[in-house]
Design a binder for this molecule. Structure first.
Ligand SMILES: Nc1nc2c(ncn2[C@@H]2O[C@H](COP(=O)(O)OP(=O)(O)OP(=O)(O)O)[C@@H](O)[C@H]2O)c(=O)[nH]1
Ligand SMILES: [Zn+2]
Length: 397
């Protein structure tokens, strides 16, 4: 885990101050605290990380979801102080269980969802919260603070099955403020600290906005009411050039047309489909000087090249150097997806975030016959020719 991943201890809960008004109607709908978690019947709960720059519309999205009648039991976790106040103000809060005897800082809502606030985030913390609550939820949504780097958060929740966690990472949704995002990308607007850091290194600016866009599986461009159609097109093009893998949606007031595929059921970390990689492979532009998406295509691997390919990945992700080639510029990989056919009829599906990656070997579908291998990289200087040269040289070595 990298330097920032030090959130191993269970964080303190931030007590929501509730001035609860209990109505008879709500009282009936609010589920009571019952059974504790039963390991044997437990299925894993997907967690979606909702990120986005300051004021982009994260809380607006979560409020929208919490008040909609979608028939789903969603636990919303806020990783910030300010928003607990928003939620308290904006939602009719029922607090049947929070007498002195109950330390649980959840706000149960009329549609079966709950909301709570944590100071720090971590798998243990969230599992504890779920256990405390004694109920199963269909989904967990975690709103990070506006300055969070999702590349540090995602690996915490992207766990191997073997670890027996009760939650799994479904994906990362990044809210973008259509009006301010270009400024944020160009100037690190409101982001002075990052900017100072960047001045120490040379090269184009890497802002929080870049990090939040490059790690996203879904990007919701919000506040479209504040920009013209031309401006919106520019925003979409810039974002697409940074992240060619993410699904992009535009909204006003964070009102997503549906939850499935945009906020829930993203499955962004459990498979790599052809469709996932198709868009990224349509050539790349250089609208953003800092972060870009690039696709490296190469022939299917022979079984003896599989280990060599893995060595290539380990070297670029863990050593941050190129085997058998010299990089022209320092590179930095934020996100990686690959579909690699092997000539023995297997297919390698590879997922990566920062320096962590996971390879799944599946039987290649018939449609994969004669298809090239594709490695998609999102990051800094990932489009330099030396990367492909290194790969080809390593496979041939
Ligand atoms: N004009 C306009 N305003 C919006 C839209 N969506 C949200 N807002 C407003 O923008 C402000 C910030 O929205 P939030 O949802 O609090 O943003 P956030 O990302 O949670 O902000 P932080 O938690 O402070 O980082 C609020 O006043 C919202 O009402 C939109 O589509 N158009
Ligand atoms: Zn917020």
């Amino acid at each position: 885990m990298d330097a920032d991943g030090s959130d191993d201890e269970v964080p303190n809960l931030v007590q929501l101050e509730l001035n609860a008004r209990i109505t008879a109607e709500q009282d009936e709908e609010v589920p009571k605290l019952v059974a504790s978690l039963d390991e044997t019947t437990l299925s894993k709960v997907p967690i979606t990380i909702v990120t986005g720059y300051l004021g982009a519309g994260k809380t607006t999205l979560l409020n929208y979801i919490l008040t909609e009648q979608h028939g789903k039991k969603i636990a919303v976790i806020l990783n910030e102080f300010g928003d607990s106040i928003d939620i308290e103000k904006q939602l009719t809060v029922s607090d049947t269980n929070s007498t002195e005897a109950s330390p649980i800082p959840f706000v149960p809502l009329a549609n079966g969802c709950i909301c709570c606030s944590v100071k720090d985030i971590g798998v243990a913390a969230i599992e504890n919260l779920m256990e405390q609550r004694g109920e199963l939820f269909d989904y967990i949504l975690l709103e990070t603070t506006g300055l969070a780097d999702p590349g540090n958060i995602a690996p915490m929740f992207w766990l191997d099955d073997g670890l027996g966690s009760t939650i799994f990472l479904d994906g990362i949704v990044t809210l973008v403020d259509a009006k301010n995002v270009l400024k944020s990308l160009d100037e690190g607007y409101g982001d002075e600290k990052k900017q100072e850091d960047e001045h120490d290194h040379q090269g184009p600016l890497l802002t929080t906005a870049h990090l939040q866009i490059s790690h996203a599986d879904v990007i919701i461009i919000n506040k479209t009411d504040l920009v013209s159609e031309e401006e919106l097109e520019k925003v979409i093009d810039r974002i697409r050039s940074i992240n060619g893998l993410a699904r992009i949606e535009t909204t006003t007031k964070s009102q997503v047309p549906q939850l499935e595929g945009l906020v829930l059921d993203l499955n962004a970390y459990d498979e790599v489909t052809d469709a996932d990689l198709r868009f990224a492979s349509k050539g790349h532009s250089h609208l953003d000087p800092t972060i870009t998406t690039t696709t490296i295509s190469f022939p299917a691997l022979s079984p003896s090249q599989v280990d060599k390919f893995d060595f290539f990945l380990r070297t670029i992700l863990w050593e941050e150097t190129l085997p058998n080639a010299t990089p022209d510029q320092a590179f930095e990989i934020h996100r990686l997806k690959a579909r690699i056919p092997v000539t023995d009829g297997c297919m390698l599906l590879i997922q990566g975030v920062r320096n962590i990656y996971d390879t799944n070997e599946v039987k290649a579908p018939p449609s994969a016959k004669g298809v090239e291998a594709k490695l998609v990289l999102i990051g800094k200087a990932v489009d330099q020719p030396a990367l492909k040269e290194s790969l080809i040289a390593t496979l041939g070595a």
